[in-house]
Design a binder for this molecule. Sequence first.
Ligand SMILES: [Mn+2]
Length: 425
Amino acid sequence: MKNPHALRIKKALTLLKDAPRKEALVISSNPSVIRSRDTHYPYRANSDLFYFTGSHAEDLTLVLRPHAADPVILIAPPEDKVKNMWDGAPAPIKPLAKALKAGLLTTHEPVKQIIALLRGHEAVYLQSIEGTPSAGAKLDLSSRSTPLLRNLPATLVDAEQFTARLRLFKDPSEVARIKEAAVITGGALQNVLPLIEAGVAEREIGAFIEYFYKVHGAEPAFGTIVASGASAATLHYRSLSRKLKKGELLLIDTGAELDMYASDITRMIPVGGTTSPELRDLYDIVLRAQLIAIKKVRPGVRMMDVFNAAARELTYGLKYLGILNGNVSQLMKKGAFKPYFPHGIGHSLGIDVHDATPTGQESILEKGMVITIEPGLYFSKPAGPLPACGVRIEDDVLVTTRGHEVLTANAFTKDIDELGMLITR
Ligand SMILES: [Mn+2]
């Protein structure tokens, strides 16, 4: 099989070459970030650099120049024997350069090297992440007055504007990885079920889920949200400080990241296996909205239309619950649902859990995009028949030629009766 990273570099070179001006692209590894004193945050490769190289190396820079005799260049520091003694030797760069058909430049001064490579270009895409050679080159170029620029690019554009154009569309190998990540997420949810009973702390459930990911060679793609009862009204609930109560709904929003690809699933689970009829109604309303939104997903449809389909169903539900009154079309026009459904319908998903977008309301779905569909209703204080609570249901959806494929369809059930039985069994 062809190296998918080399194929992406080839695509990027073609895009850069087709531009009316002479363009280049410079992408570096993420810097290692200090937590305090000599303790560092866990290192994660830069998403764009990984996309094009498959490398997790620190201190690596990729330069693409389609008009040059050597269009692909990797810049790396010389081997540091002392660092290797402490941290272990990194993966060798030479085989990587060979696989990517890249020239390899070894230097302690990557910024200087990047500037030299950019001579004769009109525009360049650079990163803004502080501490990277790419951002260093951006700073150098932007601080030069016109006479000092000489033959160097005067137009500096954020690299993400370029990389998003490619990363938005997932190739089959990427889709396969998201699916594999979703299987692990589903496994964690399945295996955490026996824990979901009154008196258990939210953080215990979160810890089990993240343990499950690590045992299966994955990592949490984002901080696991475990929010019971009123906690679920907080969209990005982080404290996980509450204990579960029988009959409440427990919101779990979580995703395994496997080989750099994220999944993102939200499920509601009845604590102790059953819930009140009112919460059950609320669950059914959100589930209907989610299924209707998913049904809308196909090429050519605007994100806004998917959103509106869900919002309309939620509005019907809010009326049914007696929380909103009036004509549904009027309520939609006024955006009466907004206090209860304050976020978008979803986001792009890939190497980043909130991946390269446009997922703006005007953006149009195209084949190969992967998006989450996650409507929700939230009540920070009791409303109508409901206690303070929140319900969100989320799946990951691939846009296909004629419609869509729910990548998380088999990961974990949304049937709340089935869930109840699984828990009480
Ligand atoms: Mn999400």
